[in-house]
Design a protein around this ligand. Structure first.
Ligand code: C5P
Length: 237
């Protein structure tokens, strides 16, 4: 049986405002050990032998991507993003289906530079056998409180965490199914916050594959230090 063509997409066309980026420096270009975060994230995907190529989705006014030099085992190229993450991924899907004839896509956050090969292998092993693919995720371990929306917020209720998972990336889907699901959601004016959300709305049930706490999304200023500590210590295989 021919191996499926697996292509990675990294949406990086946003600004990442929660990290209070320096003006003109979107989060994905913040340096970690002297190299842009995006570079680490792309190279983790490109290091896997099953990944045939990586397409980064950049903002139309991006001037930094062209200066990056990737240390990658497969081709890394780019395409232009859209108004929301979902628009950006849909643009990229159209591009990679045509230019790379991708059968499956792995969509990965630019802000998860510490992806490990172990969890990526787990995702591919489980997801490629599942009709609607799979995502990395972690069972919620903290007790969940609902706040009242005020500042400071007061507790209104404790939510059950039974069967709750926190979604991570990469998220692996058949390219055609994700294309259909994202197009439908965008046409309905309901851009999902992750790709699995579009699949769910389309009636699909991707698998939840245990991720890793080290594959966190760099979101808050303290996360930069944590990511650097991991990148420094980790021996990438
Ligand atoms: O802003 P948010 O955290 O939802 O962004 C998640 C990811 O989607 C980021 O990597 C960001 O660069 C990307 N994004 C995009 N196109 C947009 C908005 C966000 O590729 N229009």
């Amino acid at each position: 049986m021919a191996l499926p063509r697996i292509h990675a997409i990294v949406p990086a066309a946003g600004q990442g405002l929660r990290l209070a980026s320096r003006p003109g420096l979107p989060k994905q270009y913040r340096p970690l050990l002297g190299r842009p975060m995006l570079q680490w994230s792309v190279e983790r995907l490109a290091a896997h032998h099953a990944v045939r190529g990586v397409t980064v989705v950049v903002a139309p006014d991006d001037s930094a991507f062209a200066r990056l030099e990737f240390d990658a085992e497969c081709p890394v190229d780019w395409t232009e993003g859209g108004d929301t993450r979902a628009h950006s991924v849909l643009n990229a899907l159209e591009y990679v289906r045509q230019a790379h004839r991708a059968d499956w896509v792995l969509v990965h956050d630019a802000a998860r530079p510490c992806l490990g090969m172990e969890e990526l292998n787990r995702l591919l092993d489980a997801g490629l056998r599942a009709p609607a693919g799979a995502i990395l995720a972690l069972p919620v371990s903290d007790t969940l409180k609902r706040g009242d929306g005020a500042s400071p917020a007061a507790i209104v209720a404790t939510q059950s965490r039974d069967d709750l998972w926190a979604a991570q990336t990469p998220q692996l889907f058949p390219a055609g199914l994700l294309h259909q699901a994202l197009s439908d959601q965008l046409q309905a004016g309901k851009p999902p916050t992750d790709e699995a959300g579009a699949m769910e709305a389309g009636g699909h049930h991707p698998l939840l594959v245990p991720g890793a706490t080290t594959n966190f999304k760099v979101t808050w200023p303290g996360d930069l230090l944590l990511a650097e500590a991991l990148l420094r210590r980790r021996s990438w295989s």
